[in-house]
Design a protein around this ligand. Structure first.
Ligand code: SF4
Length: 477
């Protein structure tokens, strides 16, 4: 969500006439798009702002803007703590950034503008896409749930759904420019339709994506077990371009912890969905998020989580040690656990999950995989002379390209055979079975990226050659 918002900020600034600072050019404008979900986001922001202070003193015309969740939370506090910041904007008014920059320049004073609710759906704003082959498309923003550890509802507001026609128009527009993979985004995609009264809207949307020619892979994040309906599983299984990958947050396997998290499903409901997904799609890769050490979590509660992990056999899990987020109900709860207990449970969970991930990955050795070649996924690729790609189920595969190495571009599609497994990736060292050049690969090669001009948007246009990607890592909650 956060990464996609950054694409919109880039698109807005480009439309306002700004160009990206390249290489060693000092930028005239620096924008921080912040995320408040992780614990040390505040420290990182104020640390980064501190680092920029000398540059600002040297070049007083430079402008610094801070937006996103942390700005929505800290508001005027940001310019009190860092008076050299020029603009603060929130999650509901990212479209105001160019105007605020101009106003701050003109008035020679800081502009702080935070709205309490959305003025326009963010997808009506232009977005400068970072990837030539894979695009984010929002189906909704905000969340109507009230999980006690989560800051999102207070910073992103109530759920707002986009009309299916607008979502599909954006998907088609991306595909017409060569994008072959789309990830539908929402804080709780299974609740999609709540605003316009159709609880089966998300399954229908997946099926409608199946009708779009040229769209090879559809993913989505994140579903919520409470609102998960069987028709979504059926749509996943029956729509050929929907990937058999499900990222479904568990958070805890203990019913009493789920209750105090105010997650309105129980472990049996969660496992029931997992079983149905496995029956409908035996090849599905299921991943999850788990919080360890929630206030009041007992050893038995933690054991219950381990049991659900054993039974679910996740291909991967994003595991977090609980940490207080100011402004959330859980931060005030009794029974906050000592760090050593949380750490020790966390290590046990990671060890178990790594074993399962490794076992599942090992089962894939010898099988053929279709990979969408990715950019920047393998840090050791220069050493190993491998390239990287994502399989249809989302697994990361580092592969030896053989003699085709110079021919293969991010966005192309290759087939190869898995030769080795590690817990978090697969290796395919026996060369390629096939390589398909794609339009996305052609566009990548000449540095073009799609730039959607806002929905109901008609056609996207192409932006200038891309330089560096600088986005904060988002979170899946
Ligand atoms: S954890 Fe997810 S479902 Fe719960 S309140 Fe936060 S965004 Fe909503």
């Amino acid at each position: 969500m956060n990464v996609h918002d950054s694409e919109r900020l880039s698109g807005l600034l480009e439309d306002a006439g700004y160009v990206r600072a390249t290489g060693d050019t000092d930028p005239d404008v620096v924008v921080f798009n912040t995320c408040a979900v992780r614990e040390n986001a505040d420290n990182r922001l104020y640390g980064n702002l501190g680092h920029l202070r000398p540059a600002k003193q040297e070049n007083p015309g430079m402008q610094i803007a801070v937006g996103g969740c942390l700005a929505q939370k800290d508001r005027g506090e940001i310019v009190r703590r860092a008076p050299w910041v020029d603009v603060v904007f929130g999650t509901h008014n990212i479209g105001s950034l160019p105007t605020l920059l101009e106003r701050a320049r003109h008035n020679e004073e800081a502009e702080v503008e935070i709205l309490e609710s959305l003025d326009v759906f963010p997808s009506t704003l232009p977005a400068r896409r970072e990837s030539a082959y894979s695009g984010w498309v929002s189906v909704s923003v905000g969340c109507n749930n009230t999980c006690t550890f989560c800051i999102v509802p207070s910073l992103r507001g109530k759920e707002k759904d986009r009309r299916p026609g607008d979502v599909l128009a954006e998907v088609r527009a991306l595909v017409s420019e060569g994008v072959s993979e789309v990830t539908l985004l929402g804080q709780n995609v299974n609740a999609y339709g709540v605003e316009f009264g159709d609880r089966y809207a998300f399954g229908k949307l997946l099926r409608a994506c199946g009708e779009i020619e040229g769209l090879e892979r559809v993913r989505f994040t994140s579903p919520h077990p409470r609102d998960f309906t069987d028709d979504v599983i059926e749509a996943m299984a029956e729509t050929p371009n929907v990937c058999h990958q499900l990222h479904m947050p568990l958070q805890s396997g203990s019913d009493s912890v789920l209750k105090s998290m105010r997650r309105s499903y129980r472990s049996e409901r969660y496992l029931d969905i997992v079983r149905k997904v496995r029956r409908a799609m035996p090849d599905a890769a299921i991943t999850t998020d788990i919080i360890v050490g929630f206030p009041g979590e007992t050893e038995q509660d933690f054991e219950d989580t381990l049991d659900v992990v054993r039974e679910s056999r996740f291909s991967n899990a994003f595991t977090f040690q609980y940490s207080k987020r100011a402004g959330t109900p859980a931060a005030e709860m009794e029974g906050q656990l000592p760090k050593e207990v949380v750490q020790q449970r966390y290590e046990r969970l990671v060890e178990l999950q790594n074993e399962i991930s490794w076992e599942l990955n090992t089962e894939l050795v010898g099988s053929e995989v279709e990979l969408l070649v990715a950019e920047g996924e393998g840090r050791k690729n220069t050493e190993t002379r491998r390239l990287s790609g994502r399989a249809r189920d989302g697994r990361l595969v580092h592969f030896a390209p053989g003699d085709d190495v110079d021919e293969i571009r991010p966005g192309d599609v290759v087939h190869t055979v898995v030769t080795r497994a590690a817990p978090h990736y697969l290796i395919a060292d026996d060369g390629l079975r096939s390589h398909r050049r794609t339009v996305a690969g052609d566009r990548w090669e000449v540095g073009q990226r799609p730039k959607t001009s806002g929905v109901s948007l008609g056609l996207p246009s192409f932006g200038e050659p891309a330089t560096e990607t600088t986005t904060e890592q988002g979170c899946a909650c």
